[in-house]
Design a protein around this ligand. Structure first.
Ligand SMILES: Nc1ncnc2c1ncn2[C@@H]1O[C@H](COP(=O)(O)OP(=O)(O)O)[C@@H](O)[C@H]1O
Ligand SMILES: [Mg+2]
Length: 379
């Protein structure tokens, strides 16, 4: 509670104003009373203190006025004066109450807002938590995916290298077996035949039946020799090593077209024979598989094989006029893996090459094999 400023001064003026009011007309008194009230208000004078000032004024004025007497209107006028003095204070109280009410309202509004805010905050934090959780799940999923991808890439590389190993092992083994057949089995067979011939001569004097038996055995051995030669040649065509890729292909094509009544045309550039033998073998094996596929599956009447040189690349194109097939479908079917097409691709990739197969209804199939042939390999 603030101290009333200059109360004696206020009390004095109050007394004088009250005296004026008691002596003078009412209207002036009202203005003076209100002015006093405002003054009291400005001086932070409380109602109780004002009541005391009023009482002191009455005591001071008592000798001059007969307040005890009723009917002279003095009690009424002093009462009214005091009431008028109080008006500004009362107004201020109303204003204060009003603003208090407003403040209360605002506070309750604020309270409401705060509640809403808190609710919003709770929702937000729930949302944040949910997001964090799903982000974590996403991140984990992504990491898992990356791990699996890496694994599968690794497996792919491994699988490829294993296939390469297998194919080159096959090629080496073929060469080995082929040599063994040519050099050992055939030699032994030939040796047996020589023996048989000698035996035949010695048996000239023997029975006809015996002679016949020896002759037919000789015939069988000769047939075996041919079969073994053929087998050895198929395994690893001697022509490929001895004469070159083009003659080897010609031999293979000649036999195939004789067996299947297919016309096969070959065009090739002579420089292809300068390619390293590894690459020539790949070209031969790819052609062998592609041509066998045409003979087996395509019902074609014509095959065009061309081997051409592009800048730093050798391209082999094998086109047939047979029925087409769904390349994508065949290549992606794992159920009964087709090793022919797969082998062609793998062999080519082993030497840095590529395989492209196109097949369209009415247009047959084109197998396009390419491999690098840099200048340093051509000399
Ligand atoms: N030139 C072709 N014309 C028609 N179909 C072909 C041709 N080449 C391949 N195909 C089809 O693709 C399949 C897969 O060939 P491949 O991998 O060599 O396996 P395979 O010859 O043992 O069946 C064949 O079974 C055949 O249906
Ligand atoms: Mg095949």
């Amino acid at each position: 509670m603030k101290q009333t400023k200059k109360p004696p001064e206020l009390a004095r003026r109050y007394r004088n104003a009250l005296r004026d009011q008691l002596d003078a007309p009412r209207s002036r008194g009202v203005a003076a009373a209100r002015a006093l009230g405002r003054e009291a208000l400005a001086a932070d004078c409380e109602i109780l203190a004002l009541a005391r000032i009023h009482e002191q004024a009455l005591v001071a004025l008592a000798p001059d006025y007969d307040f005890a007497k009723t009917g002279n209107g003095l009690q009424l006028r002093t009462g009214r004066f005091f009431a008028e003095v109080l008006v500004p204070l009362e107004r201020e109280h109303i204003a204060v109450r009003e603003s208090l009410k407003q403040i209360e309202e605002r506070t309750s509004h604020l309270h409401l807002h705060t509640k809403e805010l808190a609710r919003g905050n709770r929702q937000l934090s729930r949302e944040v938590k949910r997001r964090q959780a799903s982000e974590a799940a996403l991140k984990e999923g992504n990491e898992r995916y990356q791990r699996l991808l890496q694994q599968s890439q690794f497996m792919q590389v491994k699988l490829r290298s294993l296939t390469h190993q297998m194919l080159s092992a096959q090629e080496n083994e073929r060469l080995e077996i082929s040599r063994e057949l040519h050099d050992e089995v055939v030699q032994i067979l030939v040796g047996i035949n020589v023996e048989l011939a000698a035996l035949g001569k010695a048996a000239e004097l023997g029975t006809k039946a015996f002679q016949k038996k020896i002759a037919s055995t000789q015939h069988l051995v000769e047939k075996s020799v041919n079969a073994v030669h053929q087998f050895a040649r198929d395994l690893r065509p001697a022509a490929l090593d001895d004469l070159g890729l083009i003659p080897a292909l010609q031999v293979f094509m000649k036999k195939l077209s004789a067996r299947r009544q297919i016309r096969i045309r070959l065009t090739a550039f002579a420089g292809v024979e300068k390619m390293p033998s590894v690459k020539r073998i790949v070209l031969y094996r790819v052609a062998q598989e592609a041509l066998t596929n045409v003979a087996r599956h395509a019902k074609a009447t014509l095959i065009n094989v061309s081997i051409t040189q592009l800048p730093d690349v050798v391209r082999m194109k094998i086109h047939d006029n047979g029925k087409s097939f769904k390349v994508q479908q065949v290549q992606s079917t794992k159920a009964h893996a087709r090793l022919g097409l797969l082998g062609m691709r793998e062999r080519l990739e082993m030497v840095g090459g590529t395989l492209l197969i196109e097949s369209a209804q009415g247009e047959g199939t084109t197998v396009l094999a390419e491999m690098p042939f840099p200048p340093e390999e051509r000399t």
